[in-house]
Design a protein around this ligand. Structure first.
Ligand code: SF4
Ligand code: SF4
Length: 942
């Protein structure tokens, strides 16, 4: 008998075990006898005793999940306020943590830039944090090195800087609003007076800065207050979706759009290519960049000099009349791509219309030491090329990708040091690359568009290790680098602004830090300014940021790559947007490749025909064609940065090739008349008969299925509020562990989004009206999917939810076939397993679906369950907020108990604009819409 017990250790068993576990074969060959067992036990006791003497023992002990660390309740989320910083400007967010790991981002309701909402980029911050392609250690000339070598290099740099007073030392940053970073930069410049600081942001706001300086004598921030404006004119401006503060602007704008609740404002937009602000306008006019100059001049002539415009477009006098008719209640806003002189003229016109203090404020600049970025970068590149730079420190600017001239001059710099979040193009080209800590891993601070400061708190221990920008600057001065927390605390102690540190951390807002009103007066000479003449061109090339990848920094985030662009619905590509007129002239169709030539530079791009774009105008999108963006984002689309500095004539030459572009445009078509699906009308018609869009009522039902539960969940979506920003789509994806599928699968119509923003063009393709509609599972009372499921995998619950029981689903897809709204998604390839993101990044309250299972919107049932538990525990009414609802900057979604007469959703469903999709199907959806109303100017429609 074996010493381990009866029946164990007989030769057959041993042979079996050895076969199954070869690593044990050797040990099993020498079965234990009593003597050997006692020897091993003695040794174990002895080593156990030694281990007890180890002073580091306690720190290495694993902590049982039963006894959670202080402050953590297993299974319950924690929430910490911080900020998502984009191009230097902060949007307040609250990060949801599960047992110490960040899983979801929400807006911070106390923060003036977010007001509780987020944009798509902010939602993707979690994915960015867990990105496995982030820089994981320092490198020298591309070879990994130890941190000790970095410290040695920094020590040598300190010595050299002290000897030369900073001569030959350059610092490159983007826009700086962080008080701690600003203080660190100032310290370096004060210590080494011969050093120089350059600023460059890939998406330029130079014209905005220069325009305010021309108008007021120095750079100031003109901040719109859209809720106060009755008439708004947006000139090539996308202030609702891309300006600093856009979430707050979108909220303010939408608060004046639904005529059942408010007096409507009126928005005019004039622009060369459709923006989200433009398509939300009551009247949208198309103009080339050159025509825009003429329009600004004509407007200025009329509003500043009282001169009637000569030869204006027919609509312009009506806009001028409308602006004049609302003194003190108008706002003109102009986009950053228009010249500084036009910006200055717009400031003058706003002042003339009595808008200052009423619909816009003039505040001190949020950016620290604002300069002209183009000039600053040009000076830097010139010094680089001339070999005048000994050492350059690049703080989180991917200039090698974004500025080809910089890349060409970089080899002339003796030592270049970059702090980068990714091993990106700049990281690979510099001498030393140092990983930058993610904002979720360290202490920092940043200001919002109105100057309000947020202290960024770490959300987790660093995943890979790295440095912060202030720490690296500090290392240029002294060997001992203070901790990030100490640096931030020091800054605020010196500013004397944080009296209640913990309150500032908890709320995500440092009270009293909003920018002061600037004491500046409009210069009288402004009225005489004119936009500078543009070279006469037969074709205009506009280079704009991609709405989701921006300047390319988000290229490795698959959620954003696969997020359909609001207007083209294209994913994983950046086609050249061409006007219908150009497409007709060159016989181009979507996907046809053209060579874009400018200043002897050639870039080949597929085209996409964009209705509503100015004739003879093409738009190239930045952010693609990255060479070192990580596994997901590299070599996706085409790099158009070589065309950025081209000043000569632009020409298009079809190459004869055809490329495959993935667009979700024609997926999930609803088989009905579009006008009935996206209902819309005018304010005049609404005033005559408020329920004029009600249309056909639903038919009667043979059987009624009133839910028996305490709550009847329902949703109302206001089409007057939706601006098509897509934040809700990414919020749903983040909340519900929705996988990405890749371009190839999107081409097969297999994208997995539970929520989509449908887009329709109505009217002529040269000047269409664009309509938007968020579409999700309608949670029908008479759900057509339920009656065809052979295994009862999709069923109703007592609160009226249409549920999916994943474990029952056998993948027949009958439900999807029978759904008239086409909102069900089938998992063809176990997509979650193919994703790069680590499992710990997912929401643990939502199951990760496997292959062969149908899925769709659940009304965020996990949030409903949480609300139910809270109601049971605290005796409060069940109140749940869905992820899409929470993210939406314009509050387009209202969710709640339809049967509670005082609930907001019940009130919205009483709106005369309320309607259901496809009433003829008689499905009795729980989701209804409020039809879109346009506040047309009668003079322009006559
Ligand atoms: Fe943006 Fe979605 Fe809200 Fe529309 S509904 S504004 S797309 S978040
Ligand atoms: Fe997605 Fe929840 Fe909105 Fe449904 S309710 S679309 S599951 S976020």
């Amino acid at each position: 008998m074996s010493s381990l017990g009866p029946g164990f250790g007989v030769p057959d068993d041993l042979a079996d075990i050895a076969r199954e576990h070869p690593a044990l074969a050797d040990a099993l060959a020498h079965p234990l006898d009593r003597r050997r067992t006692l020897k091993l036990l003695a040794a174990a006791l002895a080593t156990g005793g030694l281990e007890g003497c180890d002073p580091g023992h306690t720190s290495r002990r694993l902590v049982s999940a039963v006894v959670a660390p202080t402050g953590i309740v297993p299974g319950e989320p924690d929430h910490y306020a911080t900020a998502h910083v984009h191009d230097g400007y902060a949007n307040g967010i609250v990060v949801t943590q599960m047992m110490g790991r960040p899983t979801k981002v929400e807006g911070n309701p106390l923060h003036p830039a977010s007001l509780g909402a987020t944009d798509a980029l902010g939602q993707a911050a979690v994915l960015d944090f867990y990105d496995p392609d982030r820089s994981q250690g320092p490198t020298q000339n591309g070879t990994p090195v130890a941190w000790q070598q970095v410290n040695t290099m920094l020590a040598a740099l300190r010595t050299r800087l002290a000897q030369t007073n900073g001569a030959g030392f350059r610092l490159l940053t983007g826009t700086v609003t962080s008080p701690t970073l600003a203080a660190a930069i100032d310290r370096v410049l004060a210590r080494y007076p011969a050093a120089r600081w350059h600023q460059w942001q890939p998406i330029s706001r130079d014209a905005v800065r220069q325009g305010s300086a021309l108008a007021y004598g120095r750079p100031v921030d003109c901040v719109p207050k859209l809720d106060r404006a009755d008439v708004i004119l947006a000139i090539d401006s996308d202030l609702l979706s891309s300006a600093p503060g856009h979430l707050a602007f979108a909220r303010a704008f939408a608060s004046r759009r639904n005529p059942t609740r408010t007096r409507m404002n009126r928005l005019y937009a004039v622009e060369p290519t459709p923006t989200l602000t433009g398509i939300g306008a009551d009247h949208r006019f198309i103009a080339t960049p050159a025509q825009l100059d003429g329009i600004v001049t004509a407007l200025a002539g009329a509003l500043l000099h009282g001169a009637p415009p000569t030869d204006p477009p027919p609509w312009l006098p009506h806009i001028i009349d409308d602006l004049r008719a609302h003194p003190g209640h108008t706002l003109i806003h102009i986009g950053p791509d228009q010249p500084a002189e036009s910006h200055a003229l717009v400031h003058a016109m706003n002042e003339a219309l009595g808008a200052r203090g009423a619909t816009f404020d003039v505040l001190e600049s949020v950016a620290h030491a604002p300069v002209d970025h183009a000039e600053s970068m040009a000076a830097l590149v010139s010094d680089m090329a001339a070999g005048r730079i000994e050492t350059m420190l690049i703080l989180d600017v991917n200039a090698v990708y974004g500025f080809p001239e910089f890349a060409a001059a970089l080899p002339h710099v003796r030592t270049s040091i970059a702090l980068t979040p990714m091993p990106d193009e700049t990281a690979q080209a510099v001498t030393w690359n140092i990983p930058r800590l993610h904002d979720f891993e360290t202490w920092s601070d940043a200001r919002a568009f109105d100057g309000t400061a947020t202290i960024l708190q770490p959300q987790a221990m660093p995943l890979y290790g790295g440095r912060t920008a202030p720490a690296l600057l500090s290392a240029c001065i002294e060997p001992f680098t203070p901790a990030a927390l100490d640096m931030v605390r020091d800054t605020w102690k010196q500013l004397g602004a944080v009296t209640a540190w913990h309150d500032a951390l908890a709320s995500g807002v440092v009270p009293g830090t909003a920018s002061a009103t600037a004491d500046v007066r409009l210069r009288s000479a402004v009225a005489a300014l004119r936009p500078p003449p543009r070279p006469a061109r037969s074709l205009d090339l506009l280079i704009r940021p991609d709405p989701h990848l921006w300047d390319g920094r988000f290229a490795n985030l698959s959620w954003l790559q696969e997020l359909p662009r609001p207007l083209t619905k294209v994913v994983w590509d950046n086609p050249l947007l061409v006007s219908p007129a150009i497409a007709r002239k060159l016989n181009l169709h979507n996907g046809d490749e053209v060579s874009v030539t400018a200043d002897e530079r050639h870039v080949a791009l597929p085209v996409w025909v964009m209705p509503g774009q100015a004739d003879d105008c093409v738009v190239a999108l930045l952010g693609f064609g990255r060479r070192a963006a990580g596994e997901t984002g590299s070599f996706v689309g085409v790099d158009v940065t070589p065309l950025r500095s081209a000043s000569g004539a632009v020409a298009l030459h079809p190459t004869g090739k055809r490329l495959v572009l993935a667009s979700s445009e024609h997926h999930d078509p609803l088989d009905a008349v579009p006008a009935d699906i996206m209902r819309h009308g005018t304010l005049a018609a609404f005033a005559a008969q408020p329920d004029f869009l009600k249309g056909e009522a639903e038919g009667g039902a043979l059987y009624t299925r009133e839910p028996s539960g305490p709550v009847a969940w329902g949703m109302s979506i206001d089409l007057n509020a939706c601006i098509g920003c897509n934040a809700c789509v990414v919020a749903c994806q983040a909340e519900n562990n929705i996988p990405v599928v890749g371009k190839d699968q999107v081409l097969r119509e297999r994208e997995m989004h539970w929520l989509r923003i449908d887009r329709q063009f109505a009217g002529p393709e040269d000047a269409p009206t664009v309509l938007l509609q968020p579409v999700l599972c309608m949670h029908c009372e008479q759900a057509p999917c339920e009656v065809v499921c052979p295994v009862g995998a999709t069923v109703h619950d007592q609160e009226g939810l249409n549920l999916m029981v994943y474990n029952r689903c056998v993948g027949t897809r009958f439900c999807s076939n029978n759904c008239p709204y086409k909102v069900r998604r089938f998992n063809y390839h176990a997509y979650a397993k193919l994703e790069q993101r680590p499992p710990i990044s997912r929401n643990p309250d939502v199951s990760v679906r496997g292959r062969g299972v149908m899925e769709k919107c659940t009304f965020c049932v996990q949030r409903i369950a949480e609300a139910r538990i809270a109601a049971d525990r605290d005796g409060v009414p069940e109140q749940a907020v869905t992820a899409c609802q929470a993210a939406c900057p314009t509050q387009a979604f209202t969710f709640g108990d339809m049967h509670a007469p005082d609930s907001e959703v019940a009130k919205r469903k009483q709106s005369p604009l309320d309607y259901v999709l496809l009433p003829e199907e008689n499905t009795r959806p729980r989701v209804t819409y409020e039809a879109r109303i346009l506040n047309r100017n009668q003079a322009l429609t006559a």
